[in-house]
Design a binder for this molecule. Structure first.
Ligand code: AHR
Length: 332
């Protein structure tokens, strides 16, 4: 059905939607697919999940959460790995539209460039649910809701912890996430806003480590080569890059967590192990266990409930004082 609808749209861009059984196929009803109603029960749905890739532990935890919850609920889930390329993700979403899935879950690699494919989904009356990262679009009706943490706040919390522990004075190296990704943009902004309140806190080097451990390590080696003598702290936009930085600091003959304070974001198991070992000082949680939340949102939308544009995920701050006590209860 969607293929037919898309083909009609493809010719000259004129709207020629087929009439629904009640004759009111204006596309305004989320359960109106032009030829019949979409299921309202999750167990009867086929849902496409476009994951951006598998760059680290956090991403794997998110994928497992969504796949596991789909299985538990009896949802038929079509999974597509974007392999860290937006073009691949866009073609994955297009394929879901052609297959006329009942909903699309999208974890977008970067913020911009989604408008055309989201319009295609809207024309085919397929609701899109964003998980973990937001998009920059002129028309918010192109997606139902975003289920995600507050990345700006995460950056602020990391800066507050660092400012307090280092007495408002530190030369900082920042390892940024993927260029153009919402968490990289927002965490950078939140951190910068907060350290600006302390005259003695300065970012002396800032580079992208693409949210990857190996790149974080490589970038950190370069930063140490230029700034080891003056560096007090590292702010890594995720735990994976922090783990890479810790390796680089140790290889440089310095003690991570002591000579150079390391603060990151995510709260994956490796971060808790590093805090217990004393090499990581603090992690701001970013919860990847989004499966239950996204399927709950899809169910509520299918039964006609109006959802907020942002379903905010609450997070906590952990440091070495609490790591040993909570590590046993961590689920990712
Ligand atoms: O979008 C969430 C971020 O993406 C996580 O912090 C990070 O680990 C991942 O790459």
């Amino acid at each position: 059905m969607a293929a037919g609808v898309l083909a009609l749209w493809g010719c000259g861009g004129e709207k020629q939607e087929k009439a629904s059984p009640d004759g009111k196929a204006d596309g305004s009803n989320p359960s109106d697919r032009g030829g019949g109603a979409r299921p309202t029960e999750l167990g009867a749905m086929t849902i496409g999940f476009s994951q951006l890739g598998a760059e680290g532990d956090w991403r794997t935890a998110e994928t497992d959460s969504i796949r596991g919850e789909a299985q538990r609920l009896g949802v038929s889930l079509k999974f597509a790995d974007g392999q860290s390329r937006q073009e691949k993700q866009i073609s994955d979403v297009k394929a879901f539209i052609l297959q006329d899935v009942d909903a699309i879950i999208l974890a977008p690699i970067v913020e911009t460039g989604w408008e055309p494919v989201l319009r295609d989904a809207k024309r085919a009356n397929i609701p899109v649910f964003l998980v973990d990262r937001g998009v920059d679009v002129s028309d918010e009706s192109l997606y139902v809701t975003l289920i995600a943490s507050d990345f700006v706040e995460e950056g602020r919390l990391a800066a507050d912890w660092m400012a307090y522990e280092l007495g408002g004075k530190a030369n900082i190296a920042e390892l940024q996430g993927t260029v153009g990704a919402a968490p990289a943009i927002d965490r950078k902004r939140g951190f910068a806003e907060e350290i600006a309140k302390h005259e003695g806190m300065k970012i002396i080097a800032s580079q992208s480590g693409d949210f990857r451990r190996s790149v974080g390590k490589e970038v950190m080696e370069g930063i140490l080569a230029a700034h080891a003598d003056e560096l007090d702290a590292v702010f890594a936009h995720n735990d994976d890059m922090a783990m890479g930085a810790i390796e680089a600091i140790a290889r440089h003959g310095l003690e991570p967590g002591v000579d150079i304070v390391v603060v990151s974001i995510d709260g994956v198991r490796a971060a808790f192990e590093a805090m217990v070992a004393g090499t990581l000082n603090c992690t701001v949680e970013c919860n990847p266990l989004l499966g239950p939340k996204v399927f709950d949102a899809i169910r509520r939308h299918a039964t006609g409930e109006e959802l907020p544009k942002w379903i905010r995920v609450e997070d906590q701050v952990f440091d070495q004082t609490t790591a040993a006590d909570v590590i046993g209860s961590r689920r990712y």
